[in-house]
Ligand binder design. Structure first.
Ligand code: TTP
Ligand code: MG
Length: 393
């Protein structure tokens, strides 16, 4: 059987890199994107220079300021990030027929069987990195592996500006040496628990039987960990494409119960999903929410609306409600996903029937999506849904 050749691509320190791109005087300096010191809220991301001080995503901004008072603290500019994201995704989409965008800065590509046509995958990856850098000024890390899960780990492993390959015959060796904190999907509480049991490396995890793991971690976590530490976690970013839905999800590197973090993630995911649907011309009356708790149990919820969702704000309102019905303060979350199911082709003039604020905004978003299609990268986009926080501060 032909070995799959799978790429995972993830931009380096994305929001912070864009800030350094647009403000050359900030290059080489600790740039921290997120809330502003003195306020509440958290770090969205930071430049690698700031990471050297221990600053990282989701850290309360007050702590980030303590760690790195000389940092350059800036608010996110989602419109600009989205614009550059679109440029990068456009390049990737034109590289391989099987392309799947997962979030604003990451995507999967299936390059199985393209060797004869496109040449060795490592050369292709190198030229892709170069092309992205030349056209946008951004650096991307690429992981190449025979499973999607390993490709994701490989891109992270090579960061920043990485190109890391895990060949089929190298999987066991790679996983044996992998630090536990690099095992994607086993962050935060899970890792803490494992470490409490003395399991401090992936190698130690691999030495456990599934039954022993079940005893320590519970069925769900054991099932995942047993496969994950062998590079076999069941993960396929294309699976949902066959079920006619669009979705995006975030797995936290540290499980979180911070409402502020959860809401910010939800907003970003809604934004991502709503825009993708608009750009691809889909309508949906079925938003859904996925939550995975710290113990790996997963809940999904969906509603069917009378009319198709018309804007990211409306999508947020709906999934925020679903979220509120399932989450309670203190409950730690490891993964949040938002999606639109049962996609239908968008009808002409959709949103004309009910001129609520949300419908008006939907029209604006649609017009912007159209404009972008005609002039990629040209539209200055304002997205009120993500501006709430800016206004408040
Ligand atoms: P990531 O790819 O996780 O992080 P990154 O690109 O900043 O850094 P790297 O990939 O090099 O490790 O997330 C992409 C963007 O998503 C990030 O630039 C900002 C945003 N984000 C948040 O707003 N909050 C978060 O908690 C995380 C993890 C990311
Ligand atoms: Mg990234």
């Amino acid at each position: 059987m032909m070995t799959p050749v799978l790429f995972h691509l993830d931009l380096d320190a994305f929001f912070a890199s864009v800030e350094q791109l647009d403000h050359p005087e900030w290059r080489g300096k600790p740039v921290i994107v997120g809330a502003l010191p003195g306020g509440r809220g958290v770090v969205s991301t930071c430049s690698y220079e700031a990471r050297a001080f221990g600053v990282r995503s989701a850290l309360p901004i007050s702590q980030a300021f303590q760690l790195c008072p000389q940092g350059i603290f800036v608010r996110p500019r989602m419109d600009r990030y989205h614009e550059l994201s679109q440029q990068v995704m456009g390049l990737l989409r034109s590289t391989a027929p099987r392309f799947r965008q997962m979030s604003v800065d990451e995507a999967y590509l299936d390059l199985s069987g393209t060797r004869a046509l496109l040449g060795p995958e490592v050369d292709l990856a190198r030229s892709l990195k170069e092309k992205i850098h030349q056209s946008t000024g951004l650096r991307v890390s690429i992981g190449i592996a025979p499973t999607w899960y390993l490709a994701k780990i490989a891109s992270d492993f090579g960061k920043p500006d990485g190109l890391f390959v895990i060949p089929p015959e190298g999987i066991d060796e790679f996983m044996e040496a992998l630090p536990l904190k690099k095992l994607h999907g086993a962050g935060g509480k899970t890792r803490e628990r494992l470490e409490n049991f003395g399991i401090t490396s992936v190698a130690a995890l691999r030495a456990m039987t599934k039954d022993a793991l079940r005893g320590l971690m519970g069925d769900g976590a054991a099932e995942f960990l047993f496969l994950a530490c062998r590079g076999q976690a069941d993960y396929n970013p294309f699976r949902e494409a066959q079920s006619h839905s669009i979705s995006a999800e975030t797995t936290y590197s540290e499980d979180t119960a911070e409402l502020e973090v959860l809401e910010t993630t939800l907003k970003a995911l809604c934004h991502e999903v709503a825009f993708r649907a608009l750009e691809e011309g889909w309508a949906s009356r079925t938003p859904h929410l996925k939550l995975r708790w710290s113990d790996f149990t997963t809940v999904s919820a969906q509603v069917t609306l009378a009319q198709p969702v018309v804007s990211s704000t409306e999508l947020y309102r709906v999934v925020r409600q679903l979220f509120g019905e399932r989450w309670s303060p203190g409950r730690t979350v490891r993964l949040i996903g938002v999606g639109l199911g049962r996609l239908e082709a968008q009808g002409p003039g959709q949103g004309d029937l009910f001129e609520t604020e949300e419908h008006k905004q939907g029209k604006v978003e649609r017009a912007l999506a159209d404009l972008k299609k005609k002039r990629p990268g040209a539209a200055p986009v304002m997205r009120a849904s993500l501006m709430g926080k800016n206004r408040r501060e």
